[in-house]
Design a protein around this ligand. Structure first.
Ligand SMILES: C[S@@+](CC[C@H](N)C(=O)[O-])C[C@H]1O[C@@H](n2cnc3c(N)ncnc32)[C@H](O)[C@@H]1O
Ligand code: SF4
Length: 449
């Protein structure tokens, strides 16, 4: 594919981990609105909890997460006190009549916490929420943080899934992204979680990094595959230095161009599929026996701020600085600056910064965009039947888009609309055609490949 065509098809687009996307959240959704939304949750509603730890003891130059480096533990302790207050306040507003089906510790690096703090945090959750035995508990692990005490603490906290950051094993690439992490260290971390009964291990791998080539990526993936992960997340490096200043440490001249990125993504997909993994959504692969692959086959795959998931809870509660929640009424996001977040909780309130309430049209567009991102298509009949007048408007847009499409990105097949196999890498750009906020907005996004 020519560079010109690739650049046209893969124009910058949101990652669609939500719709409407975060740049369109506004301050009209405040703590009082959020409290009302929490109290309106029906009895028996299922909840999933996301806890954000916005600290790391190292700063990888590529990182686009909400995090900051700290070499002292004092700020982390202050933060944990605020987080426990938020857990207690939200738990009191929600009540214990709603069952938690999944808990996710993300960041930043939750594994930067000391072992006794990990246990204390999990106890704080259990004393405010109804967390049943067998609840899915997943943790993002930075292998370089780990020691036996931390692995034991995570096991005590009931961890059932672990997601480990790898990114790349090639020394030249690691140096360019300021992330030194050996294969042996990573293997030890994978073995350590498995020894403690964790049944599902995900590894994060990146393409499009400085100095990466198809040859280096092949070597990294061969090493990754020897660890037999249950899932592999294969993300394209999002270079957004206007948003993350430390990415200016990355030498842009060493970044692969769009054609090279496309080649790397295709090669990586071929390699992991040849090893028996099945593709899930845009950037995940899993063993066929894994729940993610099964959900994909059955059309139950979901997408939220953590990426692809099988979580079907009625509400996602975000806890911690910058955390995003999704309630039946809309999205809500906490203050991002840790100082402001802590002050809001010390003053006895909630730490909401902004959010957005869903309109009927948002719900219909959200359905279309989520199904595109998960299944690469959607049913026109389902759209019309579930969303009434709003669905009919979008159905007409879909018909027009399919009729006018010159690039083979979006086809109509009877009552269904699909993104064909060869156009799947560009699905974000197809989804963007259904995003009315994007048409009116100013936000800058990363390259879609
Ligand atoms: C919170 S980190 C994972 C846990 C832990 N902090 C670690 O690094 O091992 C989340 C993941 O997001 C991905 N990520 C971070 N910045 C990215 C970027 N600019 N583009 C694409 N993926 C990125 C990385 O693969 C990273 O492993
Ligand atoms: S990739 Fe992980 S360890 Fe590195 S800075 Fe980002 S959150 Fe921290």
């Amino acid at each position: 594919m020519s560079v010109r065509l690739l650049s046209k098809l893969a124009a910058p687009a949101p990652r669609y981990t939500s719709y409407p996307t975060a740049p369109h959240f506004h301050a009209g959704i405040d703590a009082a609105v959020y409290r009302g939304w929490l109290e309106e949750l029906p009895d028996g509603a299922s909840l999933s909890l996301y806890l954000h730890i916005p600290y790391c003891d190292r700063l990888c130059w590529f990182c686009a997460c909400h995090t900051k480096q700290t070499l002292s533990y004092a700020p982390v302790q202050r933060y944990l006190e605020a987080l426990k207050r938020e857990i207690a306040t939200v738990g009191a507003a929600v009540g214990r009549r709603r069952m938690v089906s999944a808990v996710h510790f993300g960041g930043g690096s939750p594994t930067l916490l000391r072992a006794d703090d990990m246990v204390a945090l999990s106890e704080a959750l259990s004393s405010s929420f109804e967390i049943p035995v067998g609840c899915e508990i997943s943790v993002e692990i930075d292998p370089s943080d780990m020691d036996e005490a931390r692995f034991d603490a995570l096991a005590r906290a009931g961890m059932t899934r672990a997601s480990l950051g790898v990114q790349d094993f090639e020394p030249a690439v690691q140096k360019a992204i300021n992330r030194m992490q050996s294969y042996e260290q990573t293997r030890w971390a994978v073995e350590s979680v498995r020894e403690r009964g964790v049944a599902s291990v995900n590894l994060d791998v990146l393409y499009g990094l400085p100095h990466q080539t198809e040859a280096t990526l092949t070597r990294t993936l061969e090493q990754v595959l020897t660890l037999s992960p249950d899932r592999i997340a294969l993300f394209g490096y999002a270079h957004v230095p206007w948003f993350k200043k430390h990415q200016t440490m990355i030498d842009e001249a060493a970044l692969p161009d769009i054609a090279a990125r496309y080649g790397q993504a295709q090669l990586a997909a071929r390699l992991v599929q040849a090893a028996g993994y099945v593709p899930v959504g845009l950037d995940h692969f899993s063993k066929p026996s894994d729940g993610l692959a099964q959900a994909c086959v059955e059309g139950r795959l979901r997408r939220n701020f953590q990426g692809y998931t099988v979580d079907e809870a009625d509400a996602l509660i975000g806890l911690g600085a910058s955390a995003v929640g999704r309630l039946p009424q809309g999205y809500v996001q906490n203050l991002s600056a840790t100082g402001q977040y802590e002050r809001a909780l010390v003053e006895g309130g909630l730490a909401v910064a902004r959010g957005i309430g869903f309109t009927p049209e948002d719900r219909a567009r959200s359905f279309v965009i989520e199904r595109l991102m998960c299944d690469f298509g959607f049913s026109g009949v389902e759209l019309r039947d579930r969303f009434g007048p709003a669905g009919k408007v979008i159905l007409r847009e879909a018909q027009d888009l399919a009729a006018m499409d010159e690039d083979g990105l979006f086809l109509r097949q009877g009552d269904n609309f699909v993104v064909p196999q060869e156009a799947r890498p560009f699905v974000r750009n197809v989804a963007a055609r259904f995003d009315t906020y994007l048409r009116n907005g100013q936000a800058r996004h990363s390259q879609a490949i």
